[in-house]
Design a protein around this ligand. Structure first.
Ligand code: 7RM
Length: 632
């Protein structure tokens, strides 16, 4: 069943996937249920770009996630949900129940006017209803656009408008640790400027008092009372849109990455099964939020396609204390655990006592995703959590790649801390130098590109195909450019070194520096700002903002509070700067470009060697910034 069982088999599979990719992927795709098979496995052109996998094939991904498992595995737990509050009961939803609930939800969407091709925005807490709503969209052929429920009203508004969604699904509120987030209030604010929205479907979760606008807002539980649970799946073309998911780039507003049905399905399942070396009896837990690509592919689609039990956690790692993750691992006998380096570092910093109260004996495989994992965190994860007996899969991939691209296969690939190791079968990475020439051989470093299509790759950026071409397919002729720097060692193992563009990765969350600058600029005292990332012990990268003020003599404490408020309103609390330095000028070239290289060095605390500053319009600004004056 498409499973690689040894490292020799991996090498064989890899070789096949390169010598005859179409045959390779056709074989993988055979195991799914299709209404009609493809006429052509792959048609591609990276200049358009235009990539079509399983052309002419017809399917519905939810039949593969749900219906397909009913006969033999209907009673198996599909979703095991752990609430924020450990005293509230966890919930088990079998494949049969999930199928029925997805069908009922689909009927609620239809009752509220949803049709195939519509875009539906999901702005929800990590409740089973979020996974159900996601699948319900897919079942009726609507395109889901999940927006992480930590984003602000403005961010939500922008995303709804960009994809002209006609329905938004939300909840009265969401529990996150001690806090309650008033989601419906945020939605109400966003919807003041979202003319395309006709209906807002509201899950009751926290019992917050909320306003329900008549004609627009409906309660999910009341709607569910009015429908049955029979809903045949809409038959989709392999290249019909499955979802759009917004992600930040180096310029402009976040863009909607578009994924399609057939290829995404095949790759989500294949990568899940092989990277984690999934076994039928496994309890699998990915701690991400469904609002990110990791949640889409490795909480919802990958595991359900494989017929797995996928754990969904509503809360945060620190509540009620820093032992919660390990508590859940023991409680649900987790076998495969997949989290982000930032969480590992944060929990490591809380002390070993929180770990040692737990057995962690069910764990077999550990995963890492979202940012480079530093060696110290890797060893702690390996020794204290895995007790030295669980392989760590350091999985490199992106929203745009749809699935894991470079990663060890658990227990098969030899490991090397901080290395994502080897590409999955079907993935052809290459390193390029500044002139765009491919760097061959080993023990080399360059910009990471992918030179051949893979099934779950980005098809377009919603509503703006040119942007997709410009951002990903124009930097290097005939290649997909990832935006990451990378080293290939003497054994051919890959190590991702981090972004080479103006994207920063804060606790595994992507932000464009331009996006944060635009938010800070909205503060009335700010004339201009430049944002860079700097190494941060817990977050991986922290946000360092240099700001020129109209009136530089401000009360620093209240200035920071105001900037935080502005950024929280425009993007969300996760984009708040960690450091702000008020400066009189920014280092600019004669053509007016900010030299971020210098600002990055200063933010890192490395002021001794700032490199060539001769092209600066006014080198004296660097002298001032270097002193750290105005830093808070
Ligand atoms: C899955 C996800 C993508 C960016 C990517 C990298 C960084 C992700 C790793 C990593 C080093 C890893 N999607 N990144 N995983 N860097 N090692 N294992 O995170 O679209 O939100 O971010 O994250 O820079 O380009 S994402």
């Amino acid at each position: 069943m498409n499973k690689i069982n040894s490292i020799d088999e991996y090498h064989e599979e890899y070789a096949k996937s390169v010598s005859d990719p179409e045959r390779f992927w056709a074989e993988k795709a055979e195991t799914f249920s299709w209404h009609k098979k493809w006429n052509e496995v792959l048609e591609w052109d990276f200049h358009g770009p235009s990539v079509k996998w399983f052309k002419g094939a017809k399917l519905n991904i939810t039949e593969n996630c749900l219906d397909r498992h009913l006969e033999n595995n209907g009673d198996k737990v599909a979703i095991l949900w752990e609430p924020n509050n450990p005293n509230e009961s966890s919930i088990e939803i079998t494949y049969t129940e999930l199928h029925s609930r997805v069908c009922a939800f689909s009927n609620v969407l239809k009752r509220n006017g949803a049709k195939k091709g519509d875009r539906i925005c999901l702005y929800m807490p990590m409740t089973p209803e979020l996974a159900i709503a996601t699948l319900a969209c897919a079942r009726i052929g609507a395109v889901h656009s999940v927006v992480f429920a930590g984003f602000s009203a403005r961010s939500l508004e922008d995303r709804i408008n960009d994809a002209t969604c006609n329905i938004v699904v939300t909840a009265d509120g969401g529990f996150r640790g001690e806090k309650i987030i008033g989601l419906k209030n945020i939605v109400d604010k966003a919807l003041e400027n979202c003319p395309s929205i006709e209906k807002c479907i509201v899950l009751k979760r926290t019992n917050e008092e909320v306003e329900m606008k008549s004609g627009r807002d409906v309660w999910l539980h009341e709607e569910l009372d009015r429908v049955d649970d029979v809903c045949p799946a809409e038959i989709m073309d392999s290249e019909d849109m499955l979802f759009v998911l917004y992600t930040s780039g180096s310029t402009g507003k976040p863009k909607g990455v578009v994924h399609t049905c057939g290829g995404y399905m095949v790759y989500a399942e294949y990568s899940f099964r092989n990277v984690f070396q999934y076994r039928d009896e496994d309890i699998y837990w990915c701690t991400a939020d469904i609002g990110w690509i990791t949640g889409h592919t490795y909480i919802v689609y990958g595991p359900l396609l494989a017929g797995a039990t996928t754990v969904m956690f509503e809360g945060v790692p620190s509540y009620p204390d820093a032992g919660r993750f390990w508590d859940i691992c023991d409680k649900h006998k987790i076998n495969i655990f997949y989290t982000a380096p930032t969480a590992i570092r944060a929990l490591q910093a809380c002390g070993i006592d929180f770990v040692n109260k737990h057995e962690l004996s069910s764990l077999r495989v550990l995963g890492s995703v979202g940012e480079p994992i530093n060696e110290e965190a890797w060893h702690w994860y390996n020794d204290e959590i895995g007790k030295g007996r669980c392989p760590i899969v350091d999985t490199w991939w992106q929203t745009e790649t749809g699935g894991i691209m470079i990663s060890p296969l658990a227990g098969l690939t030899s490991l090397k801390p901080s290395y994502a190791t080897l590409p999955l079968p079907g993935i052809q990475p290459c390193l390029v130098d500044a002139d765009g020439n491919e760097i061959l051989g080993n023990d080399v470093q360059g910009n990471l590109c992918i030179k051949f299509p893979w099934p779950s790759m980005i098809r377009t950026t919603y509503g703006d195909h040119k942007r997709c071409k410009d951002v990903y397919f124009s930097a290097y002729e005939g290649k997909y450019f990832t935006g990451d720097g990378c080293r290939r060692d003497e054994d051919g193992f890959y190590r991702i070194t981090g972004r080479v563009d103006d994207v920063i990765n804060v606790s595994g969350h992507r932000f464009g520096t331009a996006e944060i600058e635009a938010a800070i600029d909205e503060h009335e005292n700010v004339v201009e700002t430049a944002v860079v990332g700097y190494p941060h012990e817990i977050k991986g990268q922290g946000i360092y903002a240099y700001a020129i003020c109209h009136d530089p003599k401000v009360d620093m404490t209240s200035f920071i509070q105001e900037i935080n408020k502005t950024v929280t309103e425009i993007i969300g609390p996760i984009a708040k700067p960690d450091k702000i330095q008020i400066v009189h000028g920014l280092p600019k070239t004669r053509s007016g470009k900010i030299m971020r290289r210098i600002l990055r060095k200063i933010a890192e605390g490395d002021v001794s060697n700032l490199g060539d500053t001769s092209t600066l319009l006014d080198p004296s600004v660097v002298e001032e910034i270097k002193t750290g004056a105005g830093l808070v």
